[in-house]
Design a protein around this ligand. Structure first.
Ligand code: C2O
Ligand code: CU
Length: 490
């Protein structure tokens, strides 16, 4: 442990983070301000003249030695020769990305968390035609927000993302001053047969109907928990992304002071990190005070019997001459439209297991069997407002869960009536997480909120982006077995 000097708001956490047992008694949000008033976020500067970034994403199978250099390679699906594709740009820049499909099935790219035009949202049939094998699709849009984002396919997602098809998108311009280092910490599990390196079934009935089917091998940045050298005693930024399809991690930092500075890419007034639960798709930006020369600190997952090391930071070089208190400056405020809560319309959404008829009537008078879906699934276990995502739902979508009026403010009351956790994601908008009956969290902007069992949480946003926007659980087996729908904004 580092010394006990420093800002009282941040040192109080030192006592709490003694071990997993201590953390377990804290609220699951792991939110504690240390009794200090939140620091106001500075207004962001106007974006500089935009640059256009061109990238090619070639979805193809490529062998990667995930099990170790002497073990058989695994047939990953990736966007490039390096398994981890990372795109970097600045707020206001234009991203042009050409997807080429060299897989044997159709795919697309969804830019998770980016407030872009509906036609660029990458949902096959809903927002664009599926990109068939051998075909290409050109994405082009402006990046309106800074932060840590990612992208992934949106059909047969449990297999496509399960095989590695995903990338990171970092939009710079949120930091008033640079950090001593800026690290990615991308969490993802793999379901691999140890002997052959081949993939195991991506979905199981037992998993899909409960907490999901877990991988057999954990990884950070597509490798075993890496050891990273960082400038000793200085403040480094660590961007944690949960890109697994199933696992919920409870992220903390051991043996160093750490603060949360952004959630899902959106700045928050910095607060000490105790342990933050991250479902699939969720991101957390941290500032960590790097350890003394030669000493180490660990980013860990507390959601296990013993904390699991995700990444080790080792102090490198000479520490700064004078030690300063750990007191990270806030990032620039998110440039998001503030919902008008007094005039907002409130809509309830209930997340449950399936307890509905297995067929629904189509507007044309036919019936749709709910037991199958286009994306290769044969089972339906989950529902939103008692509605599931039907067979061939992308081609013949069910009615929307809600029809929102362009420019209006909405409060969504989310109720999880199941005994499982669900990270709930809305496309095309960032929402404000207002409150919850169970979890203490700061009011913050997000694109995904983790509903714990029996939790009711309220989110609010301005429906300012026209189109059909998917609204679903990001535990992919839940999404693919019914816990998906969409809202329209017009
Ligand atoms: Cu990251 Cu509809 O998903
Ligand atoms: Cu779920």
């Amino acid at each position: 442990m580092t010394g006990m000097h420093g800002n009282p708001a941040f040192t109080r956490r030192r006592v709490l983070v003694g071990g997993a047992a201590t953390v377990a008694v804290l609220s699951v949000g792991g939110f504690a301000t240390g009794g200090r008033p939140p620091k106001p976020l500075p207004e962001p500067p106007a974006p500089a003249a935009p640059t256009t970034h061109r990238h090619s994403l070639t979805a193809a199978e490529r062998p990667v030695h995930l099990l170790g250099p002497d073990r058989p390679a695994s047939p990953l699906w990736t966007y490039g020769d390096a398994p981890l594709t990372a795109i970097r740009a600045r707020r206001g820049d234009v991203l042009e990305a050409r997807l080429e499909n060299r897989l044997a099935e159709h795919t697309s790219v969804h830019w998770h968390g980016i407030r872009l035009p509906n036609a660029m949202d990458g949902v096959p049939y809903m927002t664009q035609p599926p990109v068939l094998p051998g075909e290409a699709f050109d994405y082009r849009f402006t990046l309106p927000d800074t932060g840590t984002f990612f992208f992934h396919p949106h059909c047969n997602t449990v297999e496509q993302v399960g095989r590695g098809l995903a990338g990171v998108l970092v939009v710079d311009g949120d930091a008033p001053q640079p950090y001593a280092a800026d690290l990615l910490c991308l969490l993802k599990d793999w379901r691999l047969d140890q002997a052959t390196g081949r993939f195991l079934d991506f979905q199981t009935d037992a998993g899909a109907a409960k907490a999901g089917t877990f991988g057999t091998l954990r990884s950070t940045n597509f490798a075993a928990a890496p050891v990273v050298r960082v400038p000793a005693g200085r403040d480094v930024r660590v961007r944690v992304l949960n890109l697994d399809v199933t696992r919920i991690s409870q992220v903390g930092v051991m043996d160093a002071e750490a603060a949360v500075i952004a959630i899902d890419g959106n700045a928050v007034s910095p607060f000490p990190l105790v342990a933050w639960r991250m479902g699939p798709a969720m991101r957390l930006d941290l500032v960590v005070r790097a350890p003394a020369p030669g000493a180490s600190a660990r980013v860990v997952d507390y959601f296990a019997k013993e904390p699991v090391t995700l990444m080790t930071l080792v102090g490198d070089g000479a520490a700064p001459g004078t030690a300063t208190d750990f007191d990270p400056a806030p990032l620039f405020a998110p440039a998001l439209p503030e919902p008008d809560l007094r005039n907002a319309e409130t809509l309830p959404f209930v997340f449950s297991s399936t307890a509905v008829d297995q067929t629904i009537e189509t507007p044309a008078g036919g019936t749709i069997d709910l037991g199958r879906s286009l994306c290769l699934n044969t089972a339906t276990y989950w529902a939103i407002n008692r509605q599931t995502w039907p067979e061939r739902g992308h081609e013949f979508p069910p009615p929307p869960l809600a029809e929102l009026k362009l420019g209006r403010s909405y409060v969504f009351e989310l109720a999880n009536v199941s005994p499982h956790m669900h990270p709930i994601h809305l496309h095309g908008h960032s929402f404000k997480v207002l409150d919850s009956n169970k979890v203490e969290r700061p009011v913050h902007w997000a694109d995904t909120v983790l509903l714990t069992p029996k939790e009711r949480a309220r989110i609010a946003f301005v429906a300012d982006n026209p189109g059909r926007w998917m609204f679903h659980c990001h535990i992919i087996e839940h999404q693919d077995t019914g816990m998906m729908g969409y809202v329209t904004v017009a």
